[in-house]
Design a protein around this ligand. Structure first.
Ligand code: PLP
Length: 365
């Protein structure tokens, strides 16, 4: 079976993990945490990077960092992984969904403003599958209405907008290092910001609200959202080879483009907008609406040929806990219904890609 995602640990990861074991620094204190945060902050061009247990809690911290409170409204795309909406719910805030733009599946910037009310506190767009949303457009809306811009860049390490790394372009941004991400720490996440006060608050919240100058004196209700030194050790090993990981994704995407370009009568291939550098966390194809075979059937046939694929996320407004109202989001719904994520990880070879594309094309009819 060729898997959709798979970690690629071909640097110093094992050596650094063994260093944690040998030194017994296996918990959330230790030199790798600081080193990983420093490397990550430099890479994305942010003043502060705060390592946490996963991308979901990174989102929760980011929302608490900007001061989201019960009753606030947060505008976000419906087409995302469920953690985006859940982070708002954890704060007692209301999720307000927006449809997607057709080409990238990212938030439709022109639809955001209609959703803003006097309760709106933040806009939380997602760099879906590694392609930047139009940051300047969203920033302008956020500025006009005095809202925070929180970037969910969980899937987008290495992606840029107008040459600048995404995630560090709004008030606060987050990344995920789950095992299927471009770089991984097993489970893990990072919050980045240029705001000193917000960084300090998020560090406090991440560590049970404990006063950094007085041990076991807690000055707010915090959380244990810490990353372990072992996870950070893996992260340092991954960051040392970040450019290799990103180059591999570009090669894989280029090869898919090449192999699939003659099938565009049946498939819509990923685009790269002029402002974006896609990092191709996932290479996603969308079946044309007149496809003779359904997306789920195509995926089932591919699985029989030993190729694992993923359906594009179900829009969050269709999940039971977020189905408030009868609004429809036709573009997100269509992308979700017809979209397939192909295996995109760094370990696949060009011959694997040929096998994947053959399986896909044969499964379409
Ligand atoms: C858009 C988005 N946000 C948040 C997350 C949450 O990250 P994690 O799985 O590390 O909690 C993910 C995870 O894949 C994601 O895709």
């Amino acid at each position: 079976m060729i898997n959709v995602g798979s970690p690629c640990l071909n640097g110093n990861e094992k050596k650094y993990v063994m260093d944690c074991m040998d030194s017994s620094w296996i918990s959330s204190n230790g030199k790798y945490i600081e080193q990983f945060e420093k490397m990550f902050a430099e890479f994305v061009g942010a003043k502060h990077a705060i390592a946490v247990a996963n991308g979901t809690v990174a989102l929760h911290l980011a929302l608490l960092g900007v001061g989201i409170e019960p009753g606030d409204e947060i505008v976000m795309p419906t087409l995302s992984y469920i953690a985006t909406a859940n982070s708002a719910t954890y704060c007692g805030a209301k999720t307000v969904f927006v449809d997607s733009e057709k080409e990238t599946g990212n938030v439709d910037c022109d639809a955001i403003e209609k959703k803003i009310t006097n309760k709106t506190k933040a806009i939380l767009p997602v760099h879906l599958y590694g392609h930047s949303f139009d940051v300047d457009k969203v920033k302008a809306i956020a500025k006009k209405h005095n809202l925070f811009l929180i970037e969910d860049a969980a899937e987008a390490i290495g992606a840029t907008y107008k040459g600048k790394h995404v995630g560090a372009l709004g008030d606060v941004g987050i990344f995920s290092f789950f095992g299927n991400k471009i770089i991984t720490t097993g489970e893990g996440g990072m919050v980045v910001t240029n705001d000193d006060q917000m960084a300090e608050k998020m560090r406090l919240l991440k560590g049970q609200g404990m006063d950094p100058n007085k041990r076991y004196w807690h000055i707010m209700v915090g959380y244990n959202y810490r990353m372990t030194n072992i996870e950070a050790a893996i992260g340092v090993g991954q960051m040392e080879k970040i450019n290799w990981h990103l180059d591999r994704r570009q090669e894989i995407a280029k090869k898919y483009d090449e192999l699939l370009s003659k099938h565009q009568d049946k498939l819509i291939l990923p685009v790269q907008k002029e402002y974006a550098k896609h990092c191709y966390w996932m290479y996603t194809v969308i079946l044309k609406e007149d496809s003779e075979t359904s997306r789920d059937e195509v995926m089932a046939r591919m699985a029989k040929k030993d190729v694992e694929t993923r359906p594009v996320f179900y829009p969050m407004h269709s999940m039971p806990m977020y189905a408030h109202g009868n609004e429809s989001f036709p573009i997100a719904e269509n992308i979700s219904k017809n979209g397939i994520n192909l295996p995109s990880h760094a370990n696949i070879s060009f011959s694997d890609q040929e096998k994947i594309v053959n399986a896909l094309i044969e499964s379409l009819s």
